[in-house]
Write a protein that binds this ligand. Structure first.
Ligand code: SF4
Ligand code: SF4
Length: 291
């Protein structure tokens, strides 16, 4: 009896040792050796996992970086140039400098500028509303105001202003991850260079309808008249499909276009206020940079 038990124990132990050896050799043969630089690069990235770099999170971006021989075209919008420089040091590669950008909302169809004509009572989502509804003002290009952009932002950097019904970007919090750009079904939000002293000039409208139709629904719509393009000394404005667009790479922030736009569709942001100066009994607006 005791001999049978001893034999069984020895046999089972032998099978166990044999199975362990097989597992060990299989594990050795198929083991994946991870590049230790992945951890280093991953630790240097901000860990926001926003996907703004174009990859599925920071770890995935780190995995791509260690496979590359050049950092050209690779950028972490959250960490910016500083983070990419650290990554470059880890990899022994030259990081490319990139100008900081920020989300810009290109619609100024506030409740005051684009009066309400219809009401929407469906699901509280711009994506769904876009399928069945042109918008409260009738503008089928304008902001729907239901906040898909707000929902998409991981940084609490965009909110709907209850007075205007339009999204407002908090420039301090915005990391330019582009989540809101992707979430907006009307392609109203764009990443633009922050500009010198955070100053920007842009056409706050994406309406491509003919001028009269656009203006009927919104007083500040771009009517595609082209006066701005003719006025710009730097050839920074193009008009296509009844809509003007300012190229931020070419724009020198002179603001001549803002002055001539007949509808006020071009916005200037973060410029010092214009000061009123009296001359010969007339009051003229002069631009006095007080910074
Ligand atoms: S506002 Fe837009 S781009 Fe800026 S952090 Fe939020 S989602 Fe990203
Ligand atoms: S900007 Fe786009 S996503 Fe945001 S509220 Fe307007 S329509 Fe919706």
């Amino acid at each position: 009896m005791s001999q049978t038990i001893i034999f069984a124990v020895i046999a089972l132990s032998g099978i166990g040792i044999f199975a362990a050896l097989i597992l060990y050799f299989v594990a050795q043969k198929f083991k994946v050796v991870e590049d230790p630089r992945i951890d280093l690069v991953s630790d240097a990235l901000p860990g926001a996992n926003c996907g703004g770099c174009g990859y599925a999170g920071c770890r995935n971006f780190a995995e791509q970086i260690v496979k590359t021989e050049s950092l050209e075209g690779l950028n972490c919008p959250v960490g910016g140039s500083k983070t990419m420089k650290t990554v470059g040091n880890i990899m022994g590669l030259q990081a490319t400098e990139s100008e900081p950008t920020v989300a810009v909302v290109r619609c100024n169809g506030s409740k005051a500028n684009a009066s309400t004509k219809t009401m929407y009572q469906g699901a509280n989502s711009c994506l769904y509303a876009q399928m069945v509804f042109s918008g409260e003002s009738g503008c089928s290009f304008g902001c729907l105001g239901l906040g898909d952009c707000v929902e998409s932002c991981l940084f609490d950097a965009i909110h709907i202003n209850p007075e205007t019904g339009l999204p407002v970007v908090d420039e301090e919090k915005c990391t330019a991850c582009s989540a809101c750009v992707k979430a907006c079904p009307r392609s109203i939000i764009e990443l633009r260079q922050k500009g010198a002293k955070d100053r920007r000039v842009f056409v706050s409208c994406v309406n491509k309808e003919k001028g009269a139709v656009a203006k009927k629904n919104c007083t500040v719509a771009c009517i595609g008249c082209g006066i701005c393009a003719k006025t710009c000394p730097f050839d920074a404005i193009t008009v296509e499909n009844n809509l003007a667009y300012i190229d931020f790479e070419k724009c020198k922030l002179c603001r001549k276009c803002v002055e001539v736009c007949p509808t006020g569709a071009i916005l200037e942001v973060n410029f010092p206020a214009k000061k009123k100066v009296e001359t010969n009994n007339e009051i003229e607006n002069t631009e006095q940079i007080v910074s």
